[in-house]
Ligand binder design. Structure first.
Ligand code: ZN
Length: 697
């Protein structure tokens, strides 16, 4: 619509408007946009389209869905591995079947060698920053890891297996934590390559990896084995080969495939792993199999190995020879396992519908973790199934395991490693229950993001840690409605200090380039932003529908950041460019203020008091950089109150200042911006206006 200029002038010249103009605070000077660079003379509105998003194509469409030509590779593994508990060594041989579903011919396959992060000449070791002046006890393992001797892989054999089964040595070379294996002939679309690799490594006790470690507890050694075998790097339509080195912070990004893994361990060990156990007859006693059947028939935890059975010969099948535990897993993007003679084991069944498919929930932990793990772990896994099932999708795998050890929190498909241990005398504070419940919900929750909705963790931490922390927040509240809110990632007020911090980087910063405040950046900020988006921008029903659609259409696929943003836009019917831009692409903060409250006689203004005797004008400003909805509470002279909630759209014509007008018979005595602390306001000193005279403060 366009108004003819003379009409507009006639309107503006009216006496009422000029009277208002005298009272109104001066309009903001300079460009209307909050963060405008006046030298640019371009559209710098926070509401403008996101030019950062890549153009949609046949692989990823403009509505954030996989396109008609979406493809991804598949890599299947058959692995035989042995744990040597004298040398603390894992030795393995793997046969990798690489299916090329891409439109490209591939002359080689890149493989990730994550254990090579433990080499003294690894990029992570060489790039290690000097230690800070003080290191808190809990941070020591990460900041000042014990030097690992003999870290990294020994790889005696890499061979190509021809269609007729003939094996030939492959040409390969290692570059940091990557290894390139040249194929005999380039692999065409639809073809597969079979590669065999032998390898071994010493399981470190600490180290910079923190994944794949051992620890000696009261009853002996326990082993958490992860990122442990040479794994094919992702080849995708966005970046080609995933060639980001493993520095430790950016986790991993892998192809989906099927696994058949045989793990040979000492006779007295119990093993939990990704996948379904294929040989319970060889690995469990008759009593244990009967207890497991009872556990799975119900929904509360039953001990498979009781605390007083740990170390007893009766708790293992007859004999003394090493036992091979065989697991198979379908459509997973990784495989991890844990093994120890120290494990207590409890399990329960879970069903989404009565009489439906049984999902096995398992917890294994040394006696050092009791009491606590027996009370919380399996219950927390169960909660994860429920909350994540409701907000994203039902858990598709046959089992979920939680394992206690030195790793405080790390996730792999169907298996999580969690810390939280009582004091040596068995006592603990209530806060430890929350710590174990939250880390369990979080790590088991990672099955959804990124194990199934398989984003590129080595680049975008927020896509897995952020989305997962967001769901963890609701899982925690479902687990215990009295959960102490000040400990959670999700409530806006808990993010205030971070949003004031000088050393922030935008969420759209690659994982290993986030140099400080990693937890607040990768976890808290995205989680808090999504809570705000759900509860205060889109509304729960609209958000949940769009979020479920995103989650379900990217199950077992590789979404990129724009796929998430576009999915939510399409699913919710809301562009929200201001939100994606402000929250994900900038470090702008939110500082809303009420700067003036004025009143005028309605009769004088419009010649009638039918709509209320007084016309009020409230002036609000955005004084930092972030556009957000505007919520404010009005208190009247008679003591009544009302809360008015305005959408972020109010800022679209002027991002610095908004004047809100309304009629009322009442007299305003106080206005408070964001009374419920729904948004992260970095300066609340300017959030309240009180009628004069101001009380002496
Ligand atoms: Zn996480």
């Amino acid at each position: 619509m366009q108004l003819r200029p003379f009409l507009l002038l006639a309107l503006l010249a009216g006496p009422t408007v000029s009277a208002v103009a005298q009272q109104a605070p001066s309009a903001p000077r300079g460009p209307q946009w909050l963060n405008a660079d006046s030298t640019k003379r371009t559209n710098q509105s926070n509401f403008r389209a996101l030019e950062e998003w890549p153009a949609p194509n046949e692989y990823r469409n403009a509505a954030g869905s996989p396109g008609p030509k979406y493809w991804q590779q598949q890599v299947d593994y058959v692995i035989r591995t042995t744990l040597d508990t004298v040398e603390h060594k894992v030795t393995g041989t793997e046969r990798m079947t690489y299916h090329n579903n891409s439109p490209d011919r591939l002359a080689y396959v890149w493989v990730q060698l994550d254990q090579d992060i433990e080499r003294t000449d690894s990029r992570a070791a060489l790039a290690q920053r000097a230690l800070p002046r003080n290191i808190p006890e809990q941070a020591r393992r990460f900041l000042a890891p014990e030097p690992v001797t003999n870290g990294g892989y020994t790889i005696p054999r890499v061979q190509l297996v021809a269609a007729d089964g003939k094996k030939t040595d492959a040409k390969f070379f290692r570059n940091g934590t990557q290894m390139r294996i040249d194929l005999a002939t380039p692999l065409a679309t639809g073809q597969k390559a079979v590669i065999e690799i032998d390898w071994s490594f010493i399981v470190p006790e600490g180290g910079r990896n923190g994944r794949g470690v051992r620890e000696k507890v009261r009853d002996g050694w326990l082993y958490e084995i992860a990122q442990w075998f040479p794994r094919a790097a992702v080849y995708d339509d966005v970046n080609g080969w995933q060639n980001v080195q493993f520095y430790g912070q950016g986790e991993f990004y892998l192809e989906f495939g099927n696994y058949d893994v045989s793990i040979t361990v000492p006779h007295d060990h119990i093993v939990r792993a990704t996948g379904a156990l294929m040989n319970p007859l060889q690995t469990m006693t008759a009593t244990q199999r009967a207890r497991l059947a009872t556990a799975l028939a119900g929904d509360t935890a039953v001990f498979i190995v009781k605390a007083d059975e740990v170390g007893q010969a009766s708790a293992r099948p007859a004999g003394t020879a090493p036992i091979t535990w065989r697991f198979k897993a379908e459509n997973v993007r990784d495989f991890a396992w844990a093994s120890s003679k120290t494990y207590v084991w409890d399990a329960a069944g879970f069903r989404y519908q009565p009489g439906g498919r049984v999902i096995e929930l398992h917890s294994v932990y040394p006696r050092d973790a009791m009491p606590l793990w027996d009370k919380i772990s399996t219950k927390a896994i169960r909660q994860t199934m429920i909350t994540y099932g409701r907000l994203a999708f039902e858990y598709p795998y046959p089992q979920a395991s939680n394992v206690h050890g030195p790793v405080f929190g790390m996730e792999y498909p169907m298996i999580a490693f969690c810390g939280a241990r009582p004091r040596a005398d068995g006592t603990y504070d209530k806060s430890l229950e929350y710590a174990l419940a939250s880390v369990t919900i979080h790590e088991v929750g990672h099955n959804w993001f990124p194990m199934i909705v398989a984003s590129d963790e080595r680049r975008w931490t927020w896509m897995d840690e952020g989305l997962n922390s967001f769901l963890e927040y609701y899982g925690s509240l479902d687990f215990d409605a009295a959960w102490p809110k000040q400990t959670m990632r999700g409530p806006a007020r808990n993010l205030t200090n971070y949003m004031r911090a000088p050393n922030q980087v935008p969420l759209m910063t690659e994982s290993d380039a986030v140099y400080a405040n990693f937890g607040n950046n990768g976890y808290s900020k995205p989680a808090t932003g999504l809570v705000m988006l759900r509860e205060h921008v889109l509304g729960e029903e609209t958000f949940d529908r769009a979020f479920r659609e995103y989650s379900q259409k990217w199950m077992f696929k590789h979404p990129q950041p724009a796929d998430f943003f576009r999915s939510l836009v399409a699913g919710a019917g809301e562009e929200a460019n201001w939100f994606w831009r402000g929250w994900f692409y900038t470090t702008y903060a939110n500082d809303q203020a009420v700067t003036a409250v004025e009143t005028q006689s309605a009769k004088e203004l419009i010649g009638s008091d039918a709509r209320g005797a007084n016309y009020h004008r409230f002036t609000f400003q955005q004084q930092a950089g972030l556009v957000m909805p505007l919520h404010f509470e009005v208190v009247y002279e008679d003591g009544t109150k009302e809360t008015i909630k305005l959408p972020a759209d109010i800022w679209r014509n002027n991002e610095k200042e908004f004047v809100y007008g309304f009629f009322s018979n009442k007299v305003v005595t106080q206005v408070t911006v964001d009374p419920a602390e729904a948004f992260v306001d970095v300066n609340r000193a300017n959030n309240v206006w009180k009628a004069p005279p101001k009380p002496i403060s």
